[in-house]
Design a protein around this ligand. Structure first.
Ligand code: G3P
Ligand code: MG
Length: 239
């Protein structure tokens, strides 16, 4: 089973930082999942929330700050004592680094709460610039964003990210949109939905798997990939 490090190795290191990404690579993970948002001056940055308050020393919306303002902030929040000097990474900085590794990156476009106009074009340009077309999977809770990514980069796989529901017709739904993947919340995923995806040729990457019993169940169900905060632990258990 493929192991994706959720926001990097976020169970041990500050989420969505270059340190968490590098530690995920060292853990032997197959890939990394990360979240992208856009700054006031149109730069793509890697941060989970629309606001800065939870994970950084700043406050307010990402969209209301320039990149140079964001780069002044500490990005390690609660882990500040242990890991001082962390910065919010840009997608460009990440691509520069990841292109030197064999990692696959699941880029989650955070466009379902705030829609960043043309973020898809900017992400696609970046992927082309670094030649990462064969090593990315796009996903978003905003499926229209994923459709747009597919139009821009048809060769790149993409998945429908869902929460709050077990989409019973996930297989045909993803297939009809031209997606290769379904990215469900592990707590809501049923065996029937897994079968429904398999029947329609849709692969599943499930999030967020941090419990060994749940991981074992996903292996029994022949899920393609798990997205976890603890890549090192699950790489060891992966068949
Ligand atoms: O992409 C899987 C997972 O990251 C979705 O939820 O809130 O952690 O971005 P969230
Ligand atoms: Mg995410």
């Amino acid at each position: 089973m493929k192991i994706f490090a959720h926001r990097g190795y976020s169970g041990k290191y500050p989420e969505n930082t270059m340190l968490a990404f590098k530690k995920a690579y060292e853990s032997g993970a197959y890939g990394i999942e990360l979240d992208v948002q856009e700054t006031l001056d149109g730069e793509i940055v890697i941060i989970h929330d629309e606001t800065l308050d939870r994970t950084t020393t700043g406050s307010g919306y990402v969209k209301d700050h320039t990149l140079s303002e964001l780069l002044q902030l500490e990005a390690s929040a609660a882990m500040h004592e242990e890991y001082p000097g962390m910065r919010i990474p840009t997608l460009k900085e990440y691509c520069e680094w990841v292109s030197t590794t064999p990692l696959v990156t699941n880029i989650e476009l955070k466009t379902s709460i705030i829609y960043y106009k043309n973020i898809e074009e900017k992400v696609a340009e970046m992927i082309k610039e670094y030649g990462l077309e064969d090593r990315v999977i796009f996903s978003s809770f905003n499926h229209l964003s994923v459709v747009k990514m597919k139009q821009l980069l048809p060769e790149c796989p993409a998945g429908a990210l869902v929460e709050l529901i077990d989409l019973a017709n996930a297989g045909p739904y993803c297939k009809n949109l031209g997606f290769e993947y379904y990215h469900p919340d592990v707590d809501l995923l049923s065996k029937e939905t897994v079968e429904n995806c398999k029947e329609n040729g849709i692969s599943i990457n499930v999030w967020t798997v941090n419990d060994i019993k749940v991981f074992n169940k996903m292996q029994e169900w022949n899920i393609d990939g798990v997205i976890t905060n603890y890549p090192l632990e699950f790489v060891k258990l992966s068949k």
